[in-house]
Ligand binder design. Structure first.
Ligand code: CA
Length: 403
């Protein structure tokens, strides 16, 4: 059965913490995409907009099969971002994620680089279709982090694959089968790090149109802190000849749907679906125990109680001592928000949002995306060591002469 795009909507918002919006999106049925840019000054915006523009303009791929076409679009977008970053010193090191979807026939072709995501909502199930190319996703895949630890990880926004770092980019592409009434969501990590999967599903179900759903999703992300730019693109597919596509500027109640029982083959060909297990972003690393003022010494209370107080104080003092020792002597290898590999002094945790227990002591010109998966797993294992050892460890990769 041939499917067509029905209701659809796209929305981007700066969020509540960032000053600029570095996200872009494409709502050009049957082609959809989100791009989340990164880089100093305004480079992140430039990167994501260049990628989105390439999607609008590049028509040479029109002859290709859907999966090859959407991949060719991503490669073209990559070339443009890469070339600009080489020509323009201000744009050096910029990059962007891209998650794109192209609806054709009875399937949707997905192409994906970075940590933006594609989801399919079918009935009561929300299925994540893409795998994040990020530092924490690598650590989770190698079993070093649990999903809960990954969510609270201070470097959860570091991506390991991006457009713009190399002349060619490794793109995940696959096709997913369609059934009437399937809804697809493409979004930047500003949504998924703020709003748990169950709430995303609930909002889409409870909204009377996808335009309203997009607004409600952005609102939910901002309500939970809005720490990053948030972008959502939503589209619904219908059997060809069903409801005509709605103009996204016109808000209508959803057309009544009679339970279409046409059993379509679910042709999930290559996707590696990751079951939605997101938990609310709440559990941060436990805060350092603060030294409380010593209680006024009891007169002649039971000595057992005095002993307990002294023991507790000693324990706190010991914890603080260990923490200070850790902060002063421990170093680990990680990566900055823009992907630059760095040596950090301290421990790889936040005391609370925005108060990390570590600071960069050395930032390398080496980029996380220039390393192989194995190298990243080896380098970013959070093993604590002294500064010299951390530098030596990094020097090996720097000496390998990455372009
Ligand atoms: Ca982001």
């Amino acid at each position: 059965m041939t499917m067509q795009v029905g209701d659809r909507a796209g929305l981007t918002d700066t969020g509540r913490r960032r000053r600029r919006n570095e996200d872009s999106y494409v709502l050009d049925p049957p082609l959809f995409a989100v791009a989340d840019g990164m880089g100093g000054a305004q480079a992140g915006e430039v990167a994501s907009r260049l990628a989105a523009a390439a999607f609008h303009e590049y028509r040479e791929a029109d002859e290709l099969e859907p999966e090859r076409r959407v991949e060719a679009l991503v490669q073209e977008a990559n070339r443009r971002v890469y070339e600009r970053s080489r020509e323009d010193a201000n744009a050096s090191g910029m990059g962007t994620t891209v998650t794109a979807a192209l609806v054709e026939g009875d399937s949707v072709a997905i192409a994906h680089v970075g940590d933006s995501r594609a989801y399919r909502i079918r009935g009561d199930a929300l299925e994540q279709l893409t795998e994040d190319h990020s530092l924490v996703a690598d650590l989770m895949r190698s079993g070093r982090l649990t999903p809960e630890e990954a969510e609270a990880h201070p470097q959860r926004s570091v991506i390991t694959r991006a457009l713009g770092t190399d002349p060619e980019v490794d793109v995940d592409t696959f096709a997913v089968g369609l059934k009437p009434d399937d809804v697809f969501l493409l979004c930047s990590d500003g949504l998924t790090t703020m709003v748990p999967d169950e709430e995303i599903l609930r909002i889409v179900h409870e909204s009377s149109s996808l335009d309203r759903a997009a607004r409600a999703l952005v609102k939910a992300a901002n309500k939970r802190g809005g720490e990053d730019n948030v972008t959502v693109v939503l589209f619904r597919v219908d059997a060809d000849g069903a409801d005509p596509p709605l103009d996204e500027t016109v808000r209508l109640d959803p057309p009544a749907r009679d339970g279409d029982t046409d059993e379509l083959e679910d042709t999930l060909t290559e996707a590696a679906p990751v079951p939605p297990v997101a938990e609310p972003v709440a559990a941060r690393a436990p805060a350092e125990p603060a030294a409380r003022p010593a209680p006024a010494p009891p007169r002649r209370r039971r000595s057992r109680r005095a002993f307990a107080v002294v023991a507790a104080l000693l324990f706190v003092a010991l914890l603080l001592l260990v923490a200070f020792w850790g902060l002063a002597n421990a170093h680990f290898v990680g990566a900055e928000e823009d992907g630059s590999v760095a040596v950090y002094q301290g421990l790889p945790y936040d005391v609370s949002e925005g108060f990390p227990l570590y600071r960069p002591r050395y930032v390398s010109t080496l980029h996380a995306a220039q390393l192989t998966q194995e190298e990243r797993t080896e380098l970013f294992d959070h093993e604590l060591m002294d500064y010299g050892a951390a530098r030596d460890r990094l020097a090996r990769y720097e000496d390998e002469g990455v372009p």
